[in-house]
Design a protein around this ligand. Structure first.
Ligand SMILES: *[C@@H]1O[C@H](CO)[C@@H](O)[C@H](O)[C@H]1NC(C)=O
Ligand SMILES: *[C@@H]1O[C@H](CO)[C@@H](O)[C@H](O)[C@H]1NC(C)=O
Ligand SMILES: *[C@@H]1O[C@H](CO)[C@@H](O)[C@H](O)[C@H]1NC(C)=O
Ligand SMILES: *[C@@H]1O[C@H](CO)[C@@H](O)[C@H](O)[C@H]1NC(C)=O
Ligand SMILES: *[C@@H]1O[C@H](CO)[C@@H](O)[C@H](O)[C@H]1NC(C)=O
Ligand SMILES: *[C@@H]1O[C@H](CO)[C@@H](O)[C@H](O)[C@H]1NC(C)=O
Ligand SMILES: *[C@@H]1O[C@H](CO)[C@@H](O)[C@H](O)[C@H]1NC(C)=O
Length: 787
């Protein structure tokens, strides 16, 4: 046999093996004997029931000791636990695959969470060493974590070994995922000068959907079940740029060298750019800071796609890419690299982060973008759509980092800024050792950056996790209860229409009782497990479980069993504000209206300034202001809410969402969301309270829009005509004037003219004081109403 034919034979063999490879998709729910349970649309097999692999005997299946917990029941409420080493022997197919390990560190039986200290190996690779899951989640401020690896192995021996350093130590795992993946690292047929060797193991450190929302496993492309996180927690400083979505008529088309499994269309269809002002852009870098373990090589992958018809030409947007202060790619031009609008392209960079002088600390990886004025682009701007960072296995086949130092755990914003500054100011000597320029069109450039950290005072804590801050309540302090579907079915008498109390975009709301009839609750049952519904469902849990305020509704728990999305709240016996303003025989007295407005304003003021990070509600309206038995106003429905930028600094941008009649005109026009959009919507609520009619009333023809009608009447000097007839003679002049003036300022066209929520609150309190004064001086007829 000639060498040539031998090579050919070998080639055929490998390609045959590759095409014959059946795909693995294994979801093991550890410590469970039931065969299959569904969580987020995926089927999880109990590891005690599965027959496709063998497991070292002598391990225990244990439930978590704290049933009231912020982690979903499947797969987190049970674990495989052992004080001696145990191994899963999993026959898997040839080729690369994602291995995901899930850990929810709480007490299991007699095993205390603080004693879990163990090493995990997968075949020849060490994935985790002396891993302390409690310390890691504490550091990241999340309840549970997922570690993701990519390995190329054909028989997987996954071994968990408790540390020998601690007599009481044990190992545990809550779930294991194994998903076959195409070759997403070696570059496929791309003319890439540097690629990941076929047997290199990697660990995913970050996977961010830049400028977009979280993409959950079921929404990922290529059936790879990856999670793409929001990038905003990692942006450095106040220059967060502008997040935006693709123009409506732009569709993402995958070229041959960027297959769809590289990243889902949602990653490319949203982006972050620098903002409209060229002189500001020239004076700052759009920067992401990503803490990583020292002593490893990293693959940094940047995803790009132009998605706006304002950028279709080659020389419109040209920018430099810096990694760790070093120019990684000069004068990068997305349109030239990708070939046109809507065409994705990605760039890989290799970076080495040497062992620092302090091995114990995480160090920062910086990715910065800056306009390249010397290439004379049409605009001074930059764009990024997605960002991934993978750690490469070191030569001793380890991927294990250190347990993050607990002294630097999640702090407040000020502490964080401080940390960034400390590390940013620490002087670093950086040396470039090698740079390879891509062949072909010159669109690919891979470099090795050699970075020497002479001094690194402090590692840096991030408010969000590395990979695996999953769906729920990060750093949640409110216990959020998990209900089974059966429990809620029982609570509502089988979702009986007789206890239906409302229906909306999300689904239906029922009244129910739990805890043997001791507690009345409102049960909101989602319509379907479709993309947007899931986003809103998680958003609501994530937002509300972290917030506790007298004027915000409180979430008691949730259920996501068997394709159901159900949220359980405190029951608000008086329904919503809208119901008491129009179409009612018994409209609210003026004083109560004022008190309700004050309560709701307090809730919103808290969201904008008291919550950390600030939150923009995005759907303020009378039907989202609920009233309890004492008529206390509670702001509800956080399904559309967004974490705000630092208030006053900038804005987030996204597809316009909200309710007609309440939409901030500037938000609609510029697609830029700030807390002033909530102020506008609240102004509309105040006008409804004043006029006793809905924001939009199609029956009223020319007076259809409440805002237009009020503003016109005010201009005509006929403000009296808009007043709810029921209030005539009951609301006092000074008080009314204050109220009208405040409401009108809230609905100002330009957001800069609108007051902040705190000012609205003060003015409302003043209006109430005027009312009480005048009311008590003049007569007490209104006191006849039960306040
Ligand atoms: C889960 O199992 C059910 C029932 O066997 C099946 O209908 C469904 O398609 C499975 N889901 C997935 C994502 O495989
Ligand atoms: C793991 O970390 C937790 C929290 O920092 C700590 O209380 C515990 O002692 C650590 N356990 C071990 C075995 O080091
Ligand atoms: C996996 O473990 C089994 C049993 O200890 C051993 O026979 C086998 O060689 C191991 N396979 C690999 C690939 O390490
Ligand atoms: C996996 O490893 C085998 C054997 O080393 C190699 O032939 C194959 O190309 C690798 N697959 C990938 C996707 O790297
Ligand atoms: C797409 O829409 C933009 C405005 O949003 C418009 O300027 C452009 O001409 C449209 N392009 C096509 C191909 O329809
Ligand atoms: C970091 O130090 C370890 C030994 O302590 C060494 O094996 C490794 O090569 C070093 N890594 C780098 C990137 O310098
Ligand atoms: C942007 O980053 C590069 C590399 O770190 C630096 O040289 C440059 O001064 C920065 N520009 C601004 C305006 O901060």
């Amino acid at each position: 046999m000639t060498i040539f034919s031998l090579l050919t034979y070998f080639f055929l063999l490998t390609s045959a093996a590759a095409s014959a490879a059946a795909d693995d998709s294994i979801f093991l729910d550890c410590g469970v004997s039931g065969s299959s349970t569904t969580f987020d649309g995926r089927n999880w097999t109990g590891d005690a029931a599965a027959t496709t692999f063998t497991l070292t005997s002598g391990t225990l299946s244990l439930p978590a000791n704290s049933p009231v917990s912020p982690a979903p029941a499947t797969p987190y409420h049970t674990a495989r636990v052992s004080a001696s080493p145990f191994t899963y022997h999993l026959p898997v197919t040839q080729g690369r695959k994602f291995l995901r390990l899930h850990f929810f560190p709480v007490n299991y039986g007699n095993f205390a969470s603080s004693d879990a200290l163990f090493t995990v190996t997968a075949g020849p690779y060490t994935l985790l060493k002396n891993f302390n899951a409690s310390q890691t989640v504490e550091f990241l401020g999340i309840p549970f974590l997922v570690r993701e690896y990519s390995i190329n192995i054909s028989f997987l021996n996954l071994t968990f070994t408790p540390s020998s350093a601690l007599p009481a130590s044990y190992a545990f795992v809550n779930a294991i995922e194994i998903i076959s993946s195409p070759d997403i690292f070696s570059g496929g047929n791309r003319p890439q000068p540097y690629s990941v060797e076929p047997d290199r193991a990697l660990q995913t450190m970050y996977r961010l959907n830049v400028g977009g929302q979280v993409i959950r496993p079921m929404q990922d492309s290529g059936s790879l079940f990856r999670t793409w996180e929001d990038d905003s927690p990692y942006i450095h400083g106040a220059g967060i740029g502008v997040a935006y979505a693709a123009d409506e008529n732009v569709t993402i088309r995958y070229p041959a060298n960027t297959p769809e499994y590289i990243a889902p269309a949602d990653v490319y269809a949203t982006a972050r750019s620098m903002g409209p002002n060229p002189s500001i852009n020239l004076n700052y870098n759009l920067t992401w800071i990503l803490p990583v373990d020292p002593g490893f090589y990293y693959l940094v992958r940047l995803h790009f796609c132009e998605i706006s018809y304002s950028f279709t030409e080659m020389n419109q947007r040209v920018f430099d890419i810096f990694i760790n202060n070093h120019a990684a790619n000069k004068r990068f031009n997305v349109i030239r690299a990708s070939g046109g609008i809507g065409l994705p392209v990605y760039q890989d960079f290799f970076v080495v982060i040497p062992n620092g002088s302090e091995r114990e600390k995480l160090v920062d990886l910086w990715v910065s973008l800056h306009p390249a004025p010397r290439s004379k682009p049409e605009v001074f701007n930059a764009i990024l759509n997605g960002l991934e960072v993978f750690k490469l296995q070191s030569y001793d086949a380890t991927l294990a980092g250190l347990n993050p130092t607990p002294s630097r755990k999640q702090g407040n914003d000020a502490a964080m800024d401080n940390a960034i500054q400390v590390s940013g100011n620490s002087r670093r000597r950086i040396r470039l050792i090698a740079a390879f320029t891509g062949g072909g069109l010159g669109l690919l450039l891979s470099i090795i950056l050699f970075t020497l950290f002479s001094l690194l005072q402090k590692g840096i804590a991030r408010p969000s996790s590395m990979l695996g801050s999953s769906a729920l309540a990060k750093g949640s302090s409110t216990p959020c209860r998990h209900f089974s579907f059966a429990e809620l079915e029982h609570a509502t008498n089988g979702f009986d229409e007789a206890v239906l109390i409302g229906a909306g975009g999300f689904g239906k709301v029922y009244r129910g009782t739990i805890d043997s009839g001791l507690m009345t609750v409102a049960i909101k049952r989602g319509r379907s497990l479709s993309g947007q519904g899931i986003q809103q469902f998680y958003n609501e849990i994530e937002t509300l479980s972290k917030l506790q305020h007298h004027h915000l509704v409180s979430l008691i728990g949730y259920c996501h069993d068997s394709a159901e999305m159900i949220l359980v709240y405190n029951f608000m016996s008086q329904g919503n504000l809208g119901e008491h303003l129009y179409g009612t025989k018994d409209p609210l007295p003026w004083r109560r209206r004022l008190q309700i407005c004050i309560g709701a304003a307090r809730g919103l003021h808290y969201l904008h300034t008291g919550a950390n990070p600030p939150i923009i509600h995005r759907d303020v309206k009378t039907t989202n202001i609920l009233l309890d038995g004492e008529w206390v106003a509670k702001v509800a429905d956080f399904g559309l809410s967004r974490k705000g930028p630092e208030i006053g600094h900038s804005h987030v941008s996204s597809a316009v969402r909200g309710t007609m009649g309440y939409l901030d005109p500037e938000y609609v026009k510029l697609m830029r969301l700030t807390e002033k959009s909530d102020v506008y919507a609240f102004g509309v609520v105040m006008l409804e309270v004043l006029c006793g009619r809905p924001a939009l009333d199609p029956a009223k023809a020319e007076e259809e829009s409440l805002v237009d009608w009020v503003l016109q009447s005010q201009k005509d000097g006929a403000i009296d005509q808009v007043l709810d007839p029921y209030l005539k003679g009951k609301a006092r002049k000074l008080c009314l004037e204050k109220f009208v003036k405040t409401a009108v300022s809230c609905v100002a066209e330009g957001r800069v003219e609108r007051p902040a929520m705190g000012d609205v609150l003060r003015n409302l309190e003043l209006a109430l004081a005027f009312h009480l004064q005048e009311c008590c001086l003049e007569d007490s007829s209104e006191a006849g109403h039960s306040f």
